[in-house]
Design a protein around this ligand. Structure first.
Ligand code: ADP
Ligand code: MG
Length: 698
């Protein structure tokens, strides 16, 4: 049966089309005006919008509504209320008021609030973000909301994101005005997030406590076959995966999510889904829904979707590519170099602003992707290194060089312009997209931030990008607005900025050892672990950035910092405890069983034939007994390290102990166990092997 995809697409979303159809004209107009400007909705129309929304939702099978929000746990939260409202003693009506649409109450005390919990009261409220469409799923009307404390502090990731979008719009408009744009009212910030993931058969998954508790394998010897043949990347989709992906696409389309491309990734059983880009707050909501549905639909197919950054040691990890750009409200992409010389100058200025932002706030960009899971990925295999740098492509780099040196740029056909700024040639995507090792690459008309982990909420990286670039814009506008000779001022600004920040531009192999050394010479940061990174979060310059642009207050920054350290410690703690349990209760006993059986076998053989060859049994008994003893002492060492770390009261010192002491102890234990696994008969080994997990059943 052919499916009518255009009819399915967005059918569960209260989108612009539905609003236009169902709302009185003036209400629709007022609401869309709100959406365009990022302001809250007018209370006088709330009741009408709420009723229209409820009636529509009921037609779609909804009985409940929920304010859907993004607390600082990194996942989403929801509390469902039904529409029912009693009339008299035995009747009900389905009701939903404007008040309920706009604002919900929520007990904030069980969500992480960092320092906020101590300082402020526990109650929080959720407020509709009208720029994100409501939608129906699982019989519930979902209203995307921001989540704040009663004193107004943001307890979520969405609020600072919306504020950062305002900041870049405000400051970016100042730049556009300087170039004679009087008509744009707002700048739109757009994101397309490519999502990588692994699939595993549910039966295999259920047998692995590490996957169950931590999302990644904590033990596991390499399989005989990994990704070395490179036969998986873009390879044909297997039947079961294909059926899963088709189902996933359809469910996402219903929610108005533009799932566009899907393909096999580099590692066995690894895949990718990319949606078409959209306004950043929608892209964030949608990425969260994509992750949720990836897991949910997998279950229906007897599969499990692993979103962890590093489910398997020794094979590629999963990341997320955050394709980021800015456009005017009429849809003109500001990262498009443009065709006329004037457009070129504007483009180069915006490019300079981004280069400066990335250099000035390397630490924040690194922090925005720092979490325990991503530490296993950054710097290993295909992932970008922990050093932040920017790749602009050969042509742009030459142009930048000529600006710095005050020389004519030879490559451009149109030559040099009056104000000493060369014109930018039209880009071919393949010339700019070649460097796959760069953490932040210009890819023709957007930047691709590639350091993000697959499991993370993409809000923070975009908050940092937006705010840092807003700050460059602010500084540029301050200089240029007061300039007597605009052209000369722009030329000087470009030259000064590129000269000052050229150290952040790098087009070589980001995975090489030489780059680490070169980056150190250039004075770039190399914050290897999350804990190293978090320590930079509330540096004065960073606090200044967020507070001056109204993105986060000092209290909000401090609370997030505390949560960073706390979360990190919690994650590693769970991993350590899981390892201890697996080793003590499953692995060590399994090896003992095998050794005992080997001994029995040898004994039995010898009783029949006293001079029989028992060298295999003897050798294995010897090796495995020694390794098992090592495993046992390694568990004890891990236990000690874990207890010590858990007992530290200070959040930073605790996270440090987990990072620098517990993790090395975990690695030591893993090494021993992974050495025993290939020596132990498979029927004794308590868990499916790497080969089983990556190749069996899928
Ligand atoms: P790849 O990185 O695999 O080469 P594509 O070039 O197809 O992938 O695009 C990657 C992502 O970039 C897609 O999600 C796409 O929608 C997004 N994208 C394209 N243009 C923009 C833009 N102006 N702003 C943000 N994202 C964009
Ligand atoms: Mg990409």
């Amino acid at each position: 049966m052919t499916k009518n995809i255009p009819a399915i697409f967005g059918c569960m979303v209260f989108n612009d089309e539905v609003m236009r159809e169902r709302l009185p004209k003036d209400v629709y107009k007022s609401l869309t005006k709100t959406i365009g400007t990022g302001r809250p909705i007018d209370a006088s129309i709330a009741d009408i919008v709420a009723t229209a929304m409820k009636d529509w939702a009921i037609e779609k099978g909804a009985t409940h509504y929920t304010h859907w929000f993004q607390p600082l746990t990194g996942v989403t939260a929801e509390k469902h209320d039904s529409f029912i409202s009693p009339v008299g003693s035995c009747k009900i009506v389905m009701e939903f008021s404007g008040k309920e649409l706009i604002k919900g109450e929520s007990d904030a005390s069980s969500f992480p609030t960092g320092g906020l919990r101590a300082t402020f009261e526990a109650r929080g409220y959720t407020a509709w973000d009208p720029a994100s469409y409501a939608f129906v799923k699982d019989g519930t009307l979902y209203i995307p909301t921001a989540f704040c404390s009663y004193t107004g502090e943001a307890l979520d990731t969405k609020t600072p994101l919306l504020r950062s979008m305002d900041a870049i719009s405000t400051q970016g408009l100042r730049i556009l005005r300087l170039f004679g744009d009087t008509s744009s009212k707002r700048l739109n910030n757009t994101v397309g997030a490519e999502q990588e993931y692994f699939i595993i058969d549910k039966e295999m998954y259920d047998k692995r406590k590490d996957l169950l508790y931590t999302g990644r394998t904590l033990f596991g010897a390499p399989a005989p076959k990994g990704q070395e043949l490179e036969d998986h990347y873009f390879g044909p989709l297997k039947t079961r995966i294909s059926a899963y992906m088709a189902d996933l696409d359809e469910e996402l389309w219903k929610l108005g999510i533009n799932a566009k491309t899907k393909h096999n990734e580099a590692a066995p059983a690894q895949h990718e889904l990319a949606p078409i880009y959209e306004t950043t707050n929608m892209a964030v909501d949608h990425n969260l829904l994509i992750m949720e549905y990836m897991k949910k639909i997998a279950e229906k197919h007897g599969l499990v979707c692993l979103l962890h950054e590093k489910p398997y040691k020794g094979v590629n990890g999963s990341g997320k590519h955050d394709n980021w750009s800015i456009s005017t409200d009429s849809g003109k992409n500001l990262l498009d170099p443009g065709k006329t010389p004037a457009e070129n100058v504007k483009f180069l200025l915006i490019l300079a602003a981004i280069v400066k932002a990335v250099d000035d706030y390397q630490d924040l960009l690194r922090i925005s992707v720092a979490h325990a899971g991503n530490d296993h990925r950054l710097g290993t295999h295909e992932a970008p290194p922990a050093i932040v740098s920017i790749f602009v492509g050969e042509e742009l780099e030459d142009i930048i060089k000529s600006i710095i040196d005050g020389k004519t740029y030879k490559g451009a056909k149109a030559g040099i312009m009056d104000l000493g700024v060369p014109t930018v040639p039209t880009f071919r995507k393949d010339t700019t997209d070649r460097n796959r090792t760069s953490p932040l690459a210009f890819t023709g008309n957007k930047f691709e931030f590639r350091m993000l982990g697959s499991s993370q909420n993409i809000a923070m990286p975009n908050i940092v990008l937006n705010t840092a670039v807003a700050e460059s814009f602010r500084q540029f506008a301050d200089i240029l607005e007061g300039a007597d000779d605009f052209d000369a001022a722009v030329s000087k600004l470009l030259k000064d900025t590129f000269s000052e920040h050229k150290r952040i531009i790098f087009d070589g192999n980001g995975y090489s050892k030489e780059w680490e050394e070169e980056a150190a010479r250039r004075g770039l940061l190399n914050l290897k672990t999350s804990v190293d990174a978090y320590k930079c979060f509330n540096l004065e310059k960073n606090v200044k950035l967020f507070t001056e642009h109204g993105v986060m207050s000092e209290v909000e920054i401090n609370s997030r910092e505390e949560i960073y350290f706390e979360n990190y410690a919690k994650i590693v703690n769970i991993e350590a405890l899981t390892m201890i349990e697996m080793a003590h209760r499953d692995i060590i006993p399994a090896v003992n069983d095998y050794v005992a059986d080997l001994a029995d076998t040898a004994g039995a053989k010898l009783s029949v034939l006293p001079d029989v060859d028992c060298s295999v049994e003897k050798d294995l008994i010897k090796k495995l007994s020694a390794l098992n003893a090592q495993a046992y002492t390694s568990v004890a060492a891990l236990q000690d390290a874990e207890r010590r770390a858990a007992g530290i009261a200070d959040a930073v010192a605790r996270a440090e102990a987990y990072c620098y002491e517990v993790i090395p102890a975990m690695e030591k234990l893993r090494d021993v166990v992974d050495t025993m696994e290939p020596l132990t008969a498979s029927e004794y080994w308590p868990y499916p092997s790497y080969g089983d997990m990556m190749f069996k059943g899928i």
